[in-house]
Write a protein of this length. Structure first.
Length: 339
């Protein structure tokens, strides 16, 4: 698979990988959220069990219901939990205030570590500080690259969304696109806003922003369809998630236009759409890896005092492009729900 990895990730990820491999050598007992059940749910990725004392880790994300991207993150977390003799408590809420309450619930349960997404960092700032004051280590994943160090998290696992957006914008320059419509499904989400801003920064054509309600797919489809019918100069739709991309494909069909679609993030159906040519390409940030490393890093910190990235640099999991030239390399894993 052809990749466009970021230089820092090449320096940081191998150290984490070495530690994780060493952990696999530990003989083991099964995990409460693990054992055979967790191995199956994680696509049979977990292959060993740690003999370290049992611990509980909470993962709290801003995931909306029904988005398969977040299922992949959870599978990665479950695989690490099964290996590390960890009880994993997973919860999610796309409302930032409610997400903060879920973090507080984890604190009240006296968990051994917390992995959290910071899509709206200000809303989580106080409760993250509460966790740290209680002596609970916190790591970030997926969202919050610009806030994790300020909020004193131990580590961060994800991609630089501004860089990934700029990479996509540059790639569009080679496709002949002249007018892009960047569709944001959750206004105010720092990750999504940074992606479109990055596209706009490097794409040599015109870039417009369209906000839609990502929790209402019929509304997403009708809104994109209306915009395409309204402005025939749009020749590229950029979406920020696989479900939105697949819905946009329906909008393109209904509008009768020849608009092309590029997107961020993968799922099984999106991989199939790339194979068929319905979607041009996707930016892959490896969500399974984000979930896995977030849980595993907390286990490493508690059992061996390790800081992934040294507490100074994020551990970057993307971006990398998946298109027709390399989609076969990830199709098998996508079918299992781990890519």
């Amino acid at each position: 698979m052809t990749r466009t990895p970021l230089p820092r990730s090449r320096r940081i990820v191998p150290a984490v990988a070495v530690a994780a491999v060493a952990a696999l050598a530990l003989a083991g007992c099964s995990s409460n959220s693990g054992g055979k059940k967790a191995e199956e749910s994680a696509g049979n990725v977990a292959v060993g069990k740690a003999s370290t004392p049992r611990m509980t880790i909470a993962m709290v994300t801003h995931a909306p219901s029904g988005d398969t991207f977040w299922d992949t993150i959870r599978k990665g977390a479950e695989a690490a939990a099964a290996k590390d003799n960890v009880k994993l408590i997973y919860s999610n809420d796309e409302n930032a205030g409610d997400q903060a309450n879920l973090v507080q619930n984890a604190i009240d349960q006296k968990v051994d570590g917390i992995a959290v997404t910071l899509a709206k960092p200000d809303a989580l700032k106080a409760v993250v500080a509460t966790a740290e004051k209680a002596g609970i280590p916190v790591v970030g994943l997926n969202a919050g690259l610009g806030a994790w160090k300020q909020q004193k998290l131990l580590s961060f696992f994800g991609q630089d969304e501004s860089v990934s957006g700029q990479a996509l914008g540059s790639k569009l320059n080679g496709t002949g696109a002249k007018h892009a419509l960047c569709v944001i499904q959750a206004q105010g989400d720092v990750n999504l806003e940074e992606r479109c801003a990055g596209v706009k920064k490097t794409f040599s054509g015109k870039t417009d922003i369209l906000y839609v309600n990502g929790t209402d797919m019929p509304s997403v489809k009708s809104t994109i369809t209306a915009r395409l019918k309204q402005d025939s100069s749009i020749d590229e739709v950029v979406t920020l998630g696989a479900p939105i991309a697949l819905t946009a494909a329906q909008s393109v069909s209904e509008s009768g236009s020849k608009v092309k679609i590029a997107t961020f993030d993968l799922n099984k159906d999106l991989v199939s759409a790339i194979e068929k040519g319905t979607i041009q390409f996707a930016v892959d940030q490896q969500p399974f890896l984000q979930g896995y490393l977030a849980v595993d890093s907390l286990w490493l910190y508690k059992t061996n005092g390790n800081f992934s990235g040294g507490g100074e640099q994020p551990v970057l999991t993307g971006p990398a492009f998946v298109d027709k030239s390399n989609v076969d390399a990830v199709a098998e894993f996508a079918a299992k729900g781990t890519r």
